[in-house]
Design a protein around this ligand. Structure first.
Ligand code: GLC
Length: 642
């Protein structure tokens, strides 16, 4: 009998003593791998005692887990890979921008259900400095709720309602750094050597200068360099992100042990998925860019395997916004295959979709996606268009060249197109971290503003508005049908425009990502059912896409996505295949003009076996004239056998 079967059997009689024996079973099964990874990172000769401490910590962490969550863990293991289900549709939101606080969010559960959302990523809600805090990504605590969101009790009530309503929850674990106000940082500042060793602190610039030779800068405009001088301790500390975010020193096993305890306290709040923030940066090595190092993977896997023992129902999302070939590695390779993160942001798809919108072509998307190494079958993508961050242009230069473009000029074109430097472009994005010397930069802006809705409304241009609405639906139609979990960024479901109020706030005005962190517009939402306006069209379209997705298991991630090339550079086509059900063929037009594709290959795939295929989105059968399938500008078809 395998582990899952044993869990299933015992879950049916989930008494406390069974839960304890299941813990023992998991510990026995996973301990050798945990030990192996631990000693890979922290050599046995030096760190035997630390490993012993880890072994004695695990039962304590398990004992700290609330009974209800222990029971849920057992059910989760038995029900397996729930995160690959077609039923799961997510939304990412800032609690304070959505509806005030945690209580306010609870009031809006009916709205989420109306749209079909059952998985929420709440942006950081734990304590943070009162001034600059990177939207809560500078943490003063990993598990204490900041009072502006409410109390621990409010969160407990919220998660209880979520469980009753079948809504799963994701919170961030800001694993790479703490704020400069975090208790460890405070002790370090006051001269405590132990806590200075929890960070990378240096007496002078000798080592920092060596590191700087190869370290890139994350926020070159607002936080140049990777070290900050701290007067109180007369030392330099590594700060790869903002100057107030101190990088944790994981070469010190104490840091790992304490952070594991923090992680457990976080997941004990009722978290189903943990967003592992900036995990590519976890390990630093002189002479390298200090991203995606093998040790960073070992560390993630060590966290994963320990959680597998103490809170096995919780899964990890990799926030690795890195090259496509590097992202897949966060699912785990070799002996760690499937033992790192179960889910990863599909940052490659996201960035490629924005490239296709600007160029109206899909070749780079095809070339890039077909080169992404296969992911393990038990893992899945989180597919999205926009989030709270910027859009980076992390395409492969070689592939840009293969398409026939000059990589540098192409990136410049994209920045020009999206950031208001080309008059004919419909887009109203802003530049982020632009470096005039190199021309490098990133893009911020809400999906609707980037896709032309803001300009269309400003200029009262009905054609532009119509196109923008179609593009918003097109992109959401792709991520909703792609393999993985679709995640809508709150506000995008009603075409929310850029929010320029950040320019008036000194703690925000240097960071243009705030332009795409708007407040939820409940006034507009009130009017959706009677209105025919763009917001209402977008909301109804997304609601429909979600309900179709949930109605067929073909949308679940069963390793069943096949890319097809329809022989037209403006078109993207992919299929969700199925042995049991009818498959689904997605055909999209990225061009502003109608486009045609040959219908013969669609016939060969079997979509005409019951007559002309049906477009699930409109409910109509498609009509083929002279052997050609015609697509309207920015149209998306979800075809199935009629
Ligand atoms: C992640 C977050 C981003 C934050 C950074 C540092 O990339 O998404 O918003 O600035 O981590 O914590």
């Amino acid at each position: 009998m395998n582990q899952a079967a044993i869990h299933q059997l015992l879950a049916s009689r989930a008494k406390e003593e069974n839960l304890d024996s299941l813990f023992e079973l998991r510990l026995a099964t996973n301990l050798s791998l945990i030990q192996h990874i631990f000693f890979e990172l922290y050599p046995e000769e030096q760190y035997k005692a630390s490993f012993k401490r880890l072994v004695s910590l695990l039962p304590k962490l398990f004992a700290s887990r609330p009974l209800e969550l222990k029971q849920q863990d057992v059910q989760r293991i038995a029900s397996r890979n729930w995160y690959q289900s077609e039923q799961l549709v997510g939304m990412q939101l800032y609690v304070e921008h959505f509806n005030r606080d945690l209580k306010g969010l609870k009031e809006k559960i009916p709205y989420l259900k109306e749209l079909g959302i059952n998985f929420l990523h709440l942006m950081p809600i734990t304590k943070r400095p009162s001034g600059e805090n990177d939207g809560g990504y500078a943490v003063n605590s990993y598990y204490q709720i900041d009072k502006k969101y409410g109390s621990k009790k409010d969160l407990q009530e919220l998660t209880e309602s979520f469980r009753n309503e079948g809504i799963t929850l994701m919170l961030d674990f800001v694993v790479n750094h703490t704020s400069d106000e975090y208790p460890w940082a405070q002790k370090a500042k006051s001269g405590d050597k132990k806590y200075q060793g929890y960070y990378y602190t240096y007496e002078d610039r000798t080592i920092p200068n060596e590191f700087e030779k190869s370290l890139p800068e994350v926020f070159p405009e607002t936080s140049p360099g990777n070290y900050t001088y701290i007067e109180e301790m007369d030392k330099w500390v590594m700060t790869v992100f903002n100057h107030y975010q101190w990088d944790l020193n994981y070469t010190n096993p104490e840091v790992f042990l304490e952070m594991l305890t923090n992680l457990m306290k976080l997941v004990n709040l009722g978290v189903d998925m943990v967003r592992f923030d900036a995990l590519a940066f976890l390990w630093k090595k002189m002479g390298t860019i200090s991203q995606n190092l093998p040790e960073a993977h070992q560390l993630v896997s060590l966290f994963r395997m320990c959680l597998q023992v103490v809170a096995p129902g919780t899964i990890f999302l990799a926030e690795a916004i890195v090259a496509p070939t590097e992202i897949v590695k966060y699912f785990g390779e070799g002996i760690r295959k499937g033992n790192e993160c179960e889910v990863a942001y599909n940052a490659s798809l996201m960035a490629l979709l924005w490239n296709s919108i600007a160029t109206k072509k899909t070749l780079l998307l095809y070339k890039s996606l077909t080169r992404v190494p296969e992911k393990p079958k038990t893992c899945t993508w989180l597919n999205y268009i926009r989030c709270h961050d910027d859009i980076g242009l992390g395409y492969d230069d070689g592939l840009i060249g293969e398409v026939g473009w000059n990589p540098q000029q192409h990136r410049k074109f994209l920045l020009d197109y999206y950031c208001q430097r080309i008059e004919w472009s419909p887009s109203k994005g802003l530049l982020f971290m632009y470096n005039p010397n190199t021309g490098d930069g990133r893009i911020t802006g809400s999906a609707a503003s980037l896709l032309g809705l803001e300009k269309g409304l400003e200029e009262n241009d009905s054609m532009l508005i119509e196109e923008a609405v179609k593009k918003i639906i097109l992109l959401h139609g792709i991520v909703t049908a792609f393999s993985g979990i679709p995640m809508i960024y709150a506000g995008d479901e009603i075409g929310t425009l850029n929010d320029y109020s950040f320019l008036e706030n000194p703690a925000k005005k240097e960071d243009s990502r705030w332009v795409n962190r708007p407040h939820q517009d409940w006034e507009t939402i009130e009017t959706l059912s009677e209105s025919e306006g763009p917001q209402s069209q977008i909301f109804k379209a997304l609601q429909k896409l979600i309900s179709i997705r949930k109605s067929s298991p073909v949308f679940s991630d069963a390793d069943n996505l096949v890319l097809h090339h329809a022989g037209n550079d403006h078109i993207l086509t992919f299929e969700r295949t199925s042995q049991k059900e009818d498959g689904l063929l997605v055909v999209c037009n990225f061009d502003e003009s109608p486009q045609v594709v040959e219908a013969t290959w669609i016939m060969k795939l079997g979509y005409f076996s019951k007559g002309e295929p049906k477009n699930l989105i409109s409910g109509d059968k498609i009509s083929i004239q002279s052997g050609l399938l015609e697509l309207q500008p920015y149209q998306i078809l979800w075809l199935t056998k009629a």
